[in-house]
Design a protein around this ligand. Structure first.
Ligand SMILES: [Zn+2]
Ligand SMILES: [Zn+2]
Ligand SMILES: [Zn+2]
Length: 157
């Protein structure tokens, strides 16, 4: 992902999380907020064990269940997504617009993941295809793998 003001990304994510939790009547505890910030360390998926290592820097007693419970909460609130192909987690850039699942572009070289946010036509096409087979979908998730713009040399250069 191109160079940008990443502090602003993290601040935006935390502010959005506070609004989402308040609306849901859920409590964004200090630990849950910290795990969310750590998921947002970079625009790349991060595994539970990488999170645990980072969390231990300021929560020395943190254990795997600590991280899993926080991740479970963040997933439930729609603040992060799980990337199944990588068994890792990524922050949602648009958690205030409720969506289950998501559509992701995964770069095999730099491991960046981009969520396709304007996905209404995609969602509708998949819903229609599922419904025509009598399938009642509760969520949908697409993970496309390939090379991002920077890695495929198609950048602004
Ligand atoms: Zn950023
Ligand atoms: Zn999302
Ligand atoms: Zn890339």
């Amino acid at each position: 992902m191109a160079i940008h003001d990443h502090q602003a990304c993290v601040a935006h994510a935390v502010a959005a999380a506070e609004r989402v939790c308040e609306r849901h009547g859920a409590r964004l505890t200090e630990l849950r907020r910290r795990v969310l910030e750590l998921v947002w360390t970079r625009h790349q998926p991060i595994t539970a064990y990488e999170l645990l290592d980072l969390l231990k820097a300021d929560h020395r007693s943190a254990a795997p269940p600590t991280v899993y419970r926080a991740l479970e909460f963040l997933l439930e609130q729609g603040l992060i997504h799980r990337i199944e192909a990588l068994n890792a987690f990524i922050g949602c850039p648009d958690p205030e617009r409720l969506h289950r699942g998501g559509y992701f572009l995964i770069c095999n070289r730099c491991r960046s993941v981009e969520e396709i946010r304007d996905n209404a036509p995609l969602r509708e096409a998949i819903r229609t295809a599922a419904a025509s087979r009598g399938f009642a979908a509760s969520s949908s998730m697409i993970e496309m793998q390939g090379l991002c713009r920077e890695c495929s040399g198609g950048g602004s250069a």
